[in-house]
Design a protein around this ligand. Structure first.
Ligand SMILES: Cc1cc2nc3c(=O)[nH]c(=O)nc-3n(C[C@H](O)[C@H](O)[C@H](O)COP(=O)(O)OP(=O)(O)OC[C@H]3O[C@@H](n4cnc5c(N)ncnc54)[C@H](O)[C@@H]3O)c2cc1C
Length: 427
């Protein structure tokens, strides 16, 4: 079998096929695996840094199973707590109650939620009521409405939307609540916060992302397959892959490239082309900043109502931080200097103890087409691995975070799509 694209979807597919004893050739245009969830060597510092901080939740079970297969589960640091910081530095910790991790759903976080200072009593009451609805709702019946409209129907106060629902959904779905389908947003809460303490804990890699995939080549070659890095595919069909040097023939071909590329390769007769046309993208900005002194005391922080949404501590002392801004349309026109100035301003206003800290080094990474947005239109259109009724070898098998896994654009969604593609191939 041929698999084109060495991101998480292609990798998950290729490894599942290999485990079933299938000989796989995996084509990846870059010299490294991981696709959008990878790292690069920063020319300025010589360090290997991630294109952007990637975070998993405890509920990402297929992604974690893949890490297990790669022998890298111990490279994830787990955090039960979330630190929500207001301008001026007041910090609320959302965490499961000690000794009550077993409590179902939101109940495990109830005590810290009630204590949180960044929400008013009215906001908390409204959020708790809506959470109760989300826990019970059939999310599939909410694909046609945006989460913003659904929140309005639930009479959610503007402050609850701005201070709670928006930060969670923008970071999880990479789209404003006014764009994201309610079904996708509900999925985030149903499988995460509402599924209990283990499901909602935050997993942060302790090594550069690219190091997570070290074992992939060995696993593929052990099954008689091969990994071709730096091999750009120019075209593909259901049974052929064309590179600059030659045309390869396979029993079946899996196309695991981003949606905008997959669109170019499917034949005009493939009914999934219409579905793919509904995909819209949204940018994410990652900013690496090294300060001359510690600025971040906690492993991460959500900056409530700031332009800079999340900060992650990247060294023991808290001098090196990684800032993440999802749905970052408003930042795309800024220069690196302007971006860094804004992030530093946010850090100093939200963490006043950092005032006076000097920037030693900074690097911003703009991903303009970072992910698709799970809009109501696209949620109705996400394609399957094969067109209805088609068999492998007759149509290109699709894998990628945009396929119909029901997950927003995440590593978990990508892995699930790769596994589905392998299942469509009988493995
Ligand atoms: C900035 C940013 C931050 C993110 N943060 C998170 C996060 O915190 N948590 C989370 O779960 N998800 C996050 N995501 C989303 C996650 O990275 C993606 O959903 C997931 O990695 C997509 O995997 P994929 O395999 O579907 O696609 P990709 O990772 O895009 O893989 C496609 C692969 O195909 C290769 N390819 C393309 N064209 C060719 C060609 N012609 N020939 C050969 N190979 C080709 C590409 O090089 C790439 O390796 C983030 C994404 C971005 C961009």
């Amino acid at each position: 079998m041929g698999v084109v694209g060495g991101g998480l979807a292609g990798l998950a597919c290729a490894l599942r096929l290999a485990r079933a004893g299938v000989k796989v050739t995996l084509f990846e245009q870059r010299r490294r695996l991981g696709g959008r969830a990878t790292s690069f060597v920063d020319q300025q510092s010589g360090e290997t840094i991630d294109n952007c901080q990637h975070v998993a939740l405890g509920c990402c079970d297929r992604y974690l199973a893949l890490l297990g297969q790669l022998g890298k589960l111990d490279c994830i640091a787990w955090h039960d707590r979330q630190w929500w910081v207001e301008e001026g530095g007041r910090t609320s910790v959302l965490e499961p109650m000690r000794g009550h991790r077993w409590l179902p759903g939101f109940a495990s976080h109830a005590a810290s939620f009630l204590r949180a200072s960044f929400l008013s009593v009215q906001d908390k009451a409204a959020i708790a009521t809506a959470m109760g609805q989300i826990a019970l709702v059939d999310r599939d019946s909410h694909r046609d409405v945006t989460f913003g409209d659904w929140l309005a129907q639930q009479n959610q106060p503007a402050s609850a939307i701005e201070r709670f629902w928006t930060p969670v959904i923008v970071s999880a779905c990479n789209g404003e609540v006014s764009r994201v389908a309610a079904s996708s947003a509900m999925h985030v809460f149903q499988d995460g916060l509402l599924a209990g303490a283990s499901a909602s804990r935050i997993g942060v890699p302790t090594v550069p992302l690219v190091a997570l995939y070290d074992a992939a080549e060995m696993l593929l070659t052990q099954a008689g397959g091969e990994l071709l890095l730096g091999e750009t595919v120019e075209a593909l069909t259901a049974t052929t892959v064309t590179t600059r040097a030659c045309e390869w023939a396979f029993d079946a071909v899996v196309c695991a490239v981003p949606v905008e590329k997959a669109r170019r390769w499917l034949p005009a007769s493939d009914v999934r082309l219409v579905q793919l046309a509904a995909a819209e993208h949204s940018p994410i900005l990652g900013v690496h900043v090294t300060f001359d002194r510690p600025v971040l005391q906690t492993p991460h922080a959500v900056l409530v109502c700031a332009g800079t949404q999340w900060l992650f501590r990247k060294d023991e002392r808290g001098c090196v931080v990684h800032a993440v801004i999802s749905a970052a349309d408003a930042w795309m026109g800024l220069s690196e200097e302007q971006i860094v100035a804004r992030v530093v301003d946010d850090v100093q206003r939200w963490m006043p103890s950092s005032r006076g800290a000097r920037v030693v080094r900074a690097r911003s990474v703009k991903e303009r087409m970072a992910t698709f947005v799970p809009t109501p239109r696209f949620e109705r259109s996400r394609p399957g691995a094969l067109p209805d009724g088609a068999r492998w070898g007759e149509a290109v098998v699709l894998a990628g975070d945009y396929c119909d896994t029901d997950w927003p654009a995440t590593m978990e969604g990508a892995v699930r799509s790769g596994e589905r593609a392998a299942r469509a191939l009988g493995c």
